[in-house]
Design a protein around this ligand. Structure first.
Ligand code: FAD
Length: 384
């Protein structure tokens, strides 16, 4: 392809979700010229519970407070098979609720305010390596960038076009947006809840937003599970009616990173495109935001040197995210695939485990640290 007419940037970021906008904003702050390509016209719906854990907040700009619809200092965990209930409470919100169209538009706008060239309604269609970078063919013309950040989510076209193998572990999930009569909404608006036991190897949730409930369900069991039937049964058991106007969405959540390194030549993967979701909570926004920042840091600190940026990014990911995800996957296997062990553990040490999970959600502990700690709860339980 002749790239003489292409507009040139230091970095092209593909996808304006939390990972892409966070990377783009940080790169602009560090003086790079940045193109941010987004396939959809913003604001766009994203299938997501919109639960912002406390550990995500440190990566959000102060203006994000304007898109928070509700805040919860307490979270309720129910284990129906075991007939157990635990509440985690902290002096500051454990989780805040947002709607992704508003959050993602705000983050993209923040990046734009910092000088990023945001081009929305524009999908990347082709990616070609060039001696000095990559040529991007899009719905709105051709661009050239020295580096590309793939932030285009779980179905990442950029990762496929660059030769990565598929994400190894995709969990199906449903997210329904439920308008409710005010008297029913009143009954549920005070608490964010997670319920185990309604679906094999997964959980269901009710997240109260400003005027409606976001409810959902996921399974880490890739066998053929009728998630819609499980979600309906869950709602029925709680006495939540399915009124007219329910919006039903389904998608997949990448619960394990790609097996290869998360950089290749001049392309770096971030967020869901890399597979950085927490396999226990299935929460992906914090690592999306964080990995975006780390990709930007690697590029800026290594002066966009193609030999050094990728390895540096991989090292940062390993230190801050990947090692912890490995520990989390180990624990997730116990929680989701060893029900008798889970039953035993929660019956005997449920309050302590819930407290530990709350520390992780707050960003005060990591899974890895807990496993290394000789006084870790698992060791106390005699499980390792
Ligand atoms: C049902 C469900 C519930 C969830 N609930 C939560 C939750 O409560 N809390 C939480 O933290 N996480 C949750 N997650 C996970 C969370 O949604 C993701 O981890 C997060 O959105 C990842 O952000 P991202 O920026 O990597 O990707 P995305 O948010 O998926 O953004 C990718 C962007 O890339 C764009 N794009 C795609 N292809 C192209 C292309 N070719 N060219 C240009 N642009 C492109 C897309 O339009 C999109 O805007 C949930 C996921 C699901 C499925």
């Amino acid at each position: 392809m002749n790239t003489s007419a292409a507009i040139r940037y230091d970095v092209a970021v593909v996808g304006a979700g939390p990972a892409g906008s966070s990377a783009a904003a940080e790169l602009a702050r560090r003086g790079c010229s940045v193109l941010l390509l987004e396939k959809a016209v913003l604001p766009r719906y994203k299938t997501c519970g919109g639960g912002l854990l406390r550990r995500a907040s440190q990566f959000l700009p102060p203006s994000a407070a304007s898109v928070v619809e509700s805040s919860f200092n307490s979270v309720l965990l129910n284990f129906h098979a075991e007939d157990l209930q635990f509440t985690a409470t902290r002096p500051e919100p454990l989780v805040q609720m947002t709607m992704r169209p508003a959050l993602d538009q705000l983050l993209a706008q923040e990046a734009k305010n910092l000088g990023v060239q945001l081009v929305a309604g524009c999908a990347l269609r082709q990616l070609e390596p060039q001696p000095d970078g990559l040529a991007l063919t899009t719905d709105q013309g051709r661009f050239h960038a020295r580096f590309v950040i793939a932030a285009d989510g779980v179905q990442s076209f950029t990762a496929k076009a660059s030769g990565w193998s598929p994400l190894p572990c995709l969990a199906p999930a449903l997210e329904w947006e439920l308008p409710l009569p005010p008297q029913v909404f009143e009954r549920f608006k005070a608490v964010a809840r997670f319920d185990f036991g309604f679906v094999p190897a997964g959980y269901a949730w009710v997240f109260p937003k400003r005027h409606h409930l976001s409810v959902g369900i996921l399974t880490t069991d890739r066998a053929n599970v009728n998630l819609a039937a499980h979600l309906e049964a869950y709602l029925q058991s709680l006495g939540i009616p399915l009124e007219a106007g329910v919006e039903k969405h389904g998608y997949v959540i990448p619960l394990a990173p790609r097996r290869e390194p998360l950089f290749r030549d001049r392309v770096l993967l971030v967020g869901d495109a890399a597979g950085l979701v927490d396999p226990i909570t299935a929460e992906g926004i914090s690592h999306a935001l964080w990995s975006g920042r780390l990709a930007a840091e690697a590029m800026a600190s290594q002066q966009l040197d193609p030999a050094r940026v990728g390895p540096h990014y991989q090292a940062l990911l390993e230190r801050h995210i990947l090692a912890d995800l490995r520990a989390a996957r180990w624990l997730a296997r116990l929680i989701y695939h060893a029900p008798r062990l889970r039953h035993w553990a929660f019956r005997h040490q449920g309050a302590r485990i819930t407290n530990f999970a709350a520390d992780v959600v707050m960003g005060q502990r990591g899974y890895q640290a807990a496993l290394r700690d000789p006084r870790s709860y698992l060791k106390l339980l005699g499980l390792i």
